[in-house]
Design a protein around this ligand. Structure first.
Ligand code: NAP
Length: 279
């Protein structure tokens, strides 16, 4: 049996849809039922259940708020992934958890590989990196997948926001000097599942192929929906934020592609499928 934590989030929902399609049974939980920061709750929950795979989709994802809420972010992003690794080890389950491109400082100008050394600029990035180290300390045969800019059918993501703004605004300003790549939640769930089946444990990067700024993404999607307004370029300094972000953090996903022998679709293709499936 597969256990998903944080199952009502973007990735958790995509996993639920995937398993439903594949007719694979899973137990989907979110924080009310299974708070991943509570060791006793975790231990009691798995008692008597035959869990063979634990997929942790739960996280603290409020990158700016984390600067002030360091403790909360640490509990969820650094400590809980390690506790779940211990639990998975004890019950003999495989374990998949997720990290972020924000572990990097953005000083590189070519895609980041798993060999590149993290140097996080924010509390969120630091806590995620701590979480990665805790996981491999506790259970070496785990999967950690770093990903970036997730968007999906559920949740309040950038692509959903563009569609919302397109309905209410005539003018939009989008940042063009921060580059990474989108990760479609449906693709991330699918490729994670494929990767799991290889049993080649370790650290992997996943994002849809190609790189883009928020300006590029907005332009692409607004053209697709024939928006009549005006889109302007903006810079990061036009929208000051609490947390520092890497200016370039495209993840090189070739290790994962090689492991499963399949190419990851482009971010443009992912947006097209998202629009077809959602509108
Ligand atoms: N979103 C991105 O752009 C992005 C980028 C890089 C990496 N990642 C990583 O990718 C993974 C999946 O992200 P996502 O976008 O699917 O996240 P998400 O949509 O924010 O979902 C996270 C889920 O975890 C739940 N949760 C919060 N605290 C919990 C707790 N104590 N116990 C159990 N569940 C709890 C949340 O519930 P509430 O919503 O009710 O709090 C939410 O349903 C995460 O590890 C994330 O850090 C995401």
């Amino acid at each position: 049996m597969i256990l998903i934590t944080g199952a009502r989030g973007q990735l958790g929902m995509a996993f639920q849809r995937l398993f439903q399609r594949e007719k694979i049974e899973c137990i989907a939980t979110d924080k009310e039922e299974l708070n991943i920061t509570d060791e006793i709750v975790l231990r009691d929950f798995v008692k008597g259940k035959k869990i063979s795979l634990l997929i942790n989709c739960a996280a603290y994802n409020q990158v700016d708020k984390a600067e002030a809420e360091r403790g909360e972010c640490r509990k969820l992003n650094s400590e809980a992934p390690g506790k779940l690794a211990i639990l998975a080890g004890k019950i003999g389950a495989d374990y998949i958890t997720y990290s972020t491109d924000f572990v990097f400082d953005g000083e590189k100008n070519s895609p980041y590989t798993e060999e590149d050394i993290p140097n996080p600029l924010s509390v969120y990035g630091r806590m995620k990196w701590e979480g990665e180290k805790a996981v491999f300390r506790e259970k070496q045969d785990s999967f950690i997948i770093r990903t970036s800019w997730i968007f999906g059918k559920d949740g309040n993501n950038f692509i959903q926001k563009i569609l919302e703004w397109a309905g209410t605004k005539q003018e939009l300003f989008m940042i063009d000097d921060q580059i990474s790549s989108l990760s479609y939640a449906e693709d991330l769930a699918y490729f994670s599942w494929k990767l799991f089946q290889t049993k080649q444990y370790g650290l992997y990067h996943f994002s849809n192929s190609g790189e883009s700024s928020k300006y590029d993404q907005a332009k692409y999607i607004l053209e697709k929906i024939h928006w009549k307004g005006r889109l302007h370029r903006a810079k990061r300094e036009d929208f000051p934020q609490e947390a520092k972000r890497p200016k370039y953090s495209k993840l090189d996903s070739s290790k994962l592609e090689k492991a499963i022998g399949e190419k990851i679709p482009s971010w443009e293709d992912a947006i097209c499928r998202f629009l077809e499936e959602s509108l």
